[in-house]
Design a binder for this molecule. Structure first.
Ligand SMILES: [Zn+2]
Length: 151
């Protein structure tokens, strides 16, 4: 079990970019079709932007058409926590990072098999880490380009 991380509101405000703070600390929502990951198809792991806890993998990501990154399962039971959120008569299940309690988004039950769940997450709450192989390829490509440039 990863150690819990807890910081004061003031600390998070200082550490995070305004958009990250607004979403993860103030339970904000980024406008749909604006986040950097909703259409992103790289292979790798999505980590918590605040504490680097592993949250989701590209293998459970799918295009839900909502304009937010959507996943049908978290990486493990250490990834996230959910809580019932009641807001003006509307009840939703809030999704948070289990390690630092960052607000990530919401989970709905209209997802694809095998879970039938849709974890609808804000891009601003995530940090993508590409697989090692992909990173290696990117490095090699960059090198060969540098090489060409010298001739
Ligand atoms: Zn976290």
């Amino acid at each position: 079990m990863p150690e819990k991380i807890s910081k004061s509101d003031e600390e998070w405000r200082r550490i995070l970019a305004p958009e990250q703070y607004e979403i993860t600390q103030k339970r904000g929502t980024e406008p749909p079709f604006t986040g950097k990951y909703y259409r992103f198809k790289g292979k790798g792991v999505y980590k918590c932007v605040r504490c680097s806890n592993d949250l989701f993998t590209s293998e459970t990501k799918y295009d839900s058409g909502t304009g937010w990154p959507s996943f049908w399962a978290p990486i493990s039971d250490q990834s996230i926590e959910t809580a019932i959120e009641t807001n003006g008569g509307m009840t939703r299940n809030e999704v948070m990072c289990k390690r630092c309690n960052a607000h990530l988004g919401h989970v709905f039950d209209d997802g694809p098999p095998p879970t039938g769940l849709r974890y609808c997450v804000n891009s601003a709450a995530l940090r993508f880490m590409g697989n090692k192989e992909e990173q290696g390829m990117a490095t090699r490509e960059a090198k060969s380009q540098t090489h060409r440039g010298t001739h």
